[in-house]
Design a protein around this ligand. Structure first.
Ligand code: BGC
Length: 718
């Protein structure tokens, strides 16, 4: 059992079995009128009842009307803001700015806790490499280092310096584990991952989150190698609790225990719950155990149950709940402050990715006649998946734009809807375009198309939006495109027609203002893609850090009409033919991970190392001079990728190991330095140990995967 305080030990000694099992449940979104009775019956945790006053009433029932007076733990999915809605987590990852992510989490925590929330089910640290999966929006994308860095930042922001603080909430790293690799991108689907991939990809951000002090970890809905995670002793207990020493709470996902029956590993609810607690689950979400109390108690080891109870009570204690169960209702924050709005606006701006700006149409010049078209011109659907229904709403881009350019003739013609198969409005948009000096196309995927249970098989702009883009392109009037989305989209059918394209994601309460800031050049869109943008759905999964193959391709496919042309029999291109690629696609993705530029331009000096050869356990300093070669201040994101030249296990082609977002004034040079040591050069063995193999490592340094300079470091044999 984990070490516990005298108070927790004393309580456990006094508790009945029923009281213990009550502590091991969070009721999944009960009706308000049912919740008080559930608390009276001994339920340990509930979802937030949406106000400080209602939360205090719950606490009063728990403290005054239960035998032991144990306060209730109040949880909620505070995912990207409570009242002030920040950009979706995938967008936060695109900022490559962990300090900013920490500030956003601290803001969300302060707003949430003021209303009585003590426990959030965030951050999602699942590595997601399949954009068909809708939940990619909730995490930090495809990369292990970026995800781990943002996870650490978010946990630190939620927790602050102490969980007792009236501005802190307990973080949950979810969904443990490998939930981001479901077959076919279908939510809740099967995962089969090797030990190597688990250790080096999926487990790693959780390991970092646990080391950063995550208060809880949520089990995932999927199986791993046939064993559903809610009953996976090897991962929940052997790895998470024993190997990593995690002493917090393992919470189940909604109905995840009940789901063990359809998964086909449990006969009934008692069997499911027993397997889950035995495997290491501490809190069940969805209310099964009281239904099956007797059968469960007959099966589960009592020491295990006491350990689970101890973990829950210890979290309550760490949050200061026993000393102060109530919140100050007068201090509840119910609307964003100006400072909160400024912070989230900054985040939305910093998450915007300039995909291309061929004719330097952006930022917009002083055009007189401007057309705003596309469904996002007037829509206020900017908050994104998992935004709170009580969060501060966003305004529309049309309203914001018109107020910022009162000198211009701004016309607004939506042209098409997000989803409807109706192109009759396109003619009006085309007509308006012909009377304009520039067109701003505001397209994308509405919030409801990403998030949980929102997998898609077609990742193009939905509805008739592509037709609108093509129709505007045909007018010959200059145009720029802003894409709002919660996932990478397939844009290959039209992207070459569009000279300037920005990805704005779902930016939250301040999205409209931020997008106009970026369009007008009042701010720089210098985010970077946290996920690869594929050329086609058939290419998925496509991610940069893939394992090296024995037959890497150097060109794309050349599918034509005859078998000779595709090289089946012809001798000329046999070498190219038998490589890992698609016959009918160009090589590589549409846009790689880390891609994006800004309005400023940069050049890098040659990367320098403090030593060319090091022993294991030693590290080197890598530095590079970044010069702003433009006439405006801007941000560059310096990225360092490692290529392990020869290893005992086929290494990834490249792997991000460090990055820094740096602001450089026009004409100025800043030096950026990184420490490169075991953590950066090593990989994990199946038993979790980090190993650094001797040999040469290429460090590729640059502003984007496709614009890097190499420098070699050698790890010597001991
Ligand atoms: C989701 C979790 C979430 C929980 C509670 C589930 O359906 O998978 O991520 O925390 O609901 O809302």
């Amino acid at each position: 059992m984990t070490p516990v305080s005298a108070r927790v030990r004393g309580l456990i000694a006094e508790m009945t079995d029923a009281e213990k099992l009550g502590q091991l449940q969070i009721v999944f979104r009960p009706r308000l009128e049912d919740a008080a009775q559930l608390i009276r019956d001994g339920i340990g945790s509930v979802f937030w009842p949406r106000s400080a006053a209602a939360t205090n009433e719950f606490q009063r029932v728990a403290v005054e009307e239960t035998r032991l007076g144990i306060p209730v733990l109040v949880g909620l999915d505070v995912v990207h803001g409570q009242r002030t809605i920040a950009p979706v987590p995938l967008a936060q990852a695109a900022t490559f700015d962990p300090a900013l992510v920490e500030e956003l989490a601290a803001l969300a925590a302060a707003e949430a806790r003021s209303g009585g929330v003590k426990w959030t089910f965030s951050p999602m640290v699942d590595i997601s490499r399949d954009p068909r999966w809708g939940r990619v929006v909730e995490g930090f994308g495809e990369d292990v280092h970026l995800t781990s860095t943002m996870a650490r930042a978010m946990i630190s922001g939620y927790h602050g310096s102490s969980l007792r603080s009236p501005r802190a909430i307990a973080a949950t790293a979810k969904h443990f584990v490998a939930y981001g690799q479901p077959e076919g991108g279908r939510d809740y689907n099967t995962v089969d991952a090797s030990e190597h991939r688990l250790r080096n990809v999926h487990l790693e951000p959780f390991r970092v989150a646990v080391a950063a002090g995550a208060a809880s970890v949520m089990a995932s809905f999927n199986t791993v190698a046939g064993r559903p995670m809610h009953a996976n002793h090897g991962l929940l207990t052997a790895v998470l609790k024993h190997e990593w020493g995690f002493d917090g709470v393992v919470v189940g996902d909604a109905e995840g225990v009940r789901n063990l029956i359809p998964h086909g590993i449990a006969e009934d609810l008692a069997d499911a719950a027993a397997q889950a607690y035995e495997a290491g689950l501490d809190v069940e979400m969805g209310g099964a155990p009281s239904e099956v109390r007797e059968a469960l108690l007959a099966r589960v080891d009592r020491t295990r149950l006491d350990d689970a109870v101890a973990r829950v009570l210890t979290l309550k204690e760490r949050l200061g709940l026993f000393d102060q169960p109530y919140v100050d209702e007068a201090a509840e924050i119910t609307a964003p402050t100006d400072e909160a709005l400024r912070l989230t606006r900054r985040a939305a701006v910093r998450s915007a990715v300039l995909l291309k700006n061929d004719d330097a149409l952006l930022p917009l010049a002083d055009h007189r006649r401007i057309l705003l078209t596309g469904p996002y011109a007037t829509s206020t659907d900017h908050l994104g998946a998992w935004s709170q229904p009580f969060g501060a709403p966003a305004g529309s881009i049309a309203d914001e734009f018109a107020s910022r350019r009162p000198d211009a003739e701004v016309s607004v013609v939506a042209g098409v809807d997000f989803l409807e198969d109706d192109d009759t409005g396109i003619a009006a948009a085309v007509e308006a375009a012909r009377d304009s000096d520039i067109v701003v196309l505001l397209v994308g995927e509405p919030s409801a198309l990403s998030g949980e249970a929102a997998s898609r098989s077609d990742l193009r702009l939905p509805g008739r939006q592509e037709d609108l883009v093509r129709a505007i392109a045909r007018t010959g009037v200059p145009f720029v495109v802003v894409i709002e989305t919660g996932r990478p989209l397939i844009v290959s059918d039209w992207i070459d027609l569009a000279p300037s394209v920005i990805v704005a994601w779902h930016g939250g309460t301040e999205a409209a203002g931020a997008i106009v800031d970026v369009l007008l050049g009042d701010a720089d869109p210098s985010g970077r893609l946290p996920m690869t943008w594929p050329r086609s759905v058939g290419q998925i999964p496509v991610y940069y850090a893939h394992e090296r193959t024995g037959r890497p391709a150097t060109t794309g496919g050349t599918l034509t009409t005859t078998t000779e042309d595709i090289g089946l029999h012809g001798p000329d291109n046999v070498q190219e033919k038998y490589t890992s690629k698609y016959l009918d696609l160009e090589l590589g993705p549409q846009f790689p991970f880390g891609h994006g530029s800004g309005y400023a331009t940069f050049s890098h000096g040659s990367p320098r190392l403090s030593a060319r050869r090091i022993a294991r356990d030693e590290s080197v300093t890598l530095s590079v001079d970044v010069t702003n070669t433009s006439t405006r201040t801007g941000d560059d994101v310096v990225q360092v990728y490692v290529e392990d030249v020869v290893a005992s296990i086929a290494p990834p082609v490249r792997r991000l190991v460090a990055f820094e977002r740096v602001t450089v004034e026009a004409g100025a040079t800043e030096r950026v330095s990184f420490r490169i040591g075991d953590e950066q050069l090593g990989f994990r063995l199946a038993d979790g140990r980090l190993v650094v193999e001797p040999g040469t490592f290429m460090l590729h340094v640059g502003s984007s995967l496709d614009r890097t300079q190499p420098v070699a470091v050698t790890v010597e044999r001991a």
